[in-house]
Write a protein that binds this ligand. Structure first.
Ligand code: 6PG
Length: 218
């Protein structure tokens, strides 16, 4: 069991950018819209990511160049800005979802993430593990796939709960008043399937949550 440490910052993306710049080893990136500024800041602080390995917590099943791709977000905000690139382990989510999940499971192998950066959905979802979804119950795999519970409503490839819990360090970046209730329930409420992000507190990995005052309002 672990308590989430909350860090309320006027510019939490800057703080997370600094953590990413200092990170070593295997780093799992999140998708969504929040992390863009953190990625840009990390690239500006540390242009040399040689020797690092970059993974994703989840990906949308969309064409390779689709604006909804989490990979494309990180490519533009981080990878393209680096002078020395990491090893990039992209989820091949444009292919058949089951095959993409199997391939990514093999790609991860026995890697353990030194840092897993995650976002929080307003419904308390983490990665693409949505409240009430069968994917939440998958325990024998590192990667699974299934429908989205929120926009964009496309099939998702996602790390499973065991894979998320296996990280050595978990960092959340959460911004905006629309996340305040989810923040309260995920990090200060009961550990429950209704709020998938709360389940990470059942593990041993330290959890740091970087958030702005609006997301911390509750
Ligand atoms: C995704 C993300 C997802 C995201 C949350 C928050 O594929 O959408 O991995 O888990 O972190 O939905 O998204 P925003 O940052 O857009 O609010």
């Amino acid at each position: 069991m672990t308590d989430a440490q909350l860090h309320v910052e006027d510019d939490p993306a800057k703080a997370v950018g600094e953590l990413l710049a200092e990170a070593v080893g295997s780093i799992s990136l999140t998708g969504g819209s929040t992390p863009r500024a953190a990625y840009e800041h990390a690239a500006a602080l540390q242009p040399d990511w040689s020797g690092r390995h970059v993974y994703w917590s989840d990906e949308r099943c969309v064409p390779r160049e689709d604006e909804r791709s989490n990979y494309l977000l990180a490519k533009r905000a981080l990878l393209d800005r680096l002078a020395h690139k990491p090893s990039v382990h992209r989820i091949h989510a444009w292919a058949d979802p089951a095959a993409a999940a199997d391939a990514y499971e093999i790609e991860i192998g026995d890697a353990r993430f030194d840092l897993s950066l995650l976002g929080l959905g307003p419904d308390g979802h983490v990665a693409s593990l949505f409240p009430g979804s069968p994917q939440l119950a998958v325990r024998h795999r590192l990667v699974t796939h299934g429908p989205a519970g929120l926009e964009p409503f496309v099939t998702r490839i996602t790390l499973t709960l065991p894979a998320l819990l296996a990280a050595k360090r978990i960092v959340f970046l959460v911004i905006g008043a629309d996340k305040a209730e989810a923040v309260h329930r995920a990090f200060r409420g009961p550990i429950t399937d209704e709020i998938p992000a709360s389940l990470l507190r059942a593990g041993d990995a330290p959890i740091s949550v970087y958030l702005d005052p609006a997301a911390a309002a509750r």
